[in-house]
Design a protein around this ligand. Structure first.
Ligand SMILES: [Zn+2]
Length: 99
């Protein structure tokens, strides 16, 4: 009869082997030629890895990129406003408790 301890060890061994296998396979796949380039954020054309911002330089992409940037800024501002309205009373209450 198999003891509980033995069974536990067996399971651990199997799960570790599985994890190791996945790690190995994933690592191999991820680093195959991906490290040498980036993609344009708009049209996904391959671009130089050092290029900033991450766009190909096409006029249409440039416009869209600027638009996206503006939108991101708006979303961020909206988020901070929301967070401020939401958390300010909590923080204020926290300070009042401490004082
Ligand atoms: Zn592009």
């Amino acid at each position: 009869m198999v003891s509980k301890e033995k069974l536990k060890k067996q399971v651990e061994k199997t799960s570790n082997a599985l994890k190791g296998g996945v790690k190995k396979a994933g690592g191999k796949g991820l680093h195959k030629g991906v490290a040498s380039h980036k993609h344009c954020r708009i049209c996904h054309l391959p671009i130089d890895i050092k290029r900033e911002p991450e766009i190909c330089g096409d006029e249409a992409c440039d416009k869209k990129w600027l638009q996206n940037k503006k939108n991101e800024k708006m979303v961020r501002i909206a988020f901070f406003l929301f967070a401020g309205v939401f958390f300010a009373p909590m923080i204020w209450n926290g300070i009042r408790v401490l004082l």
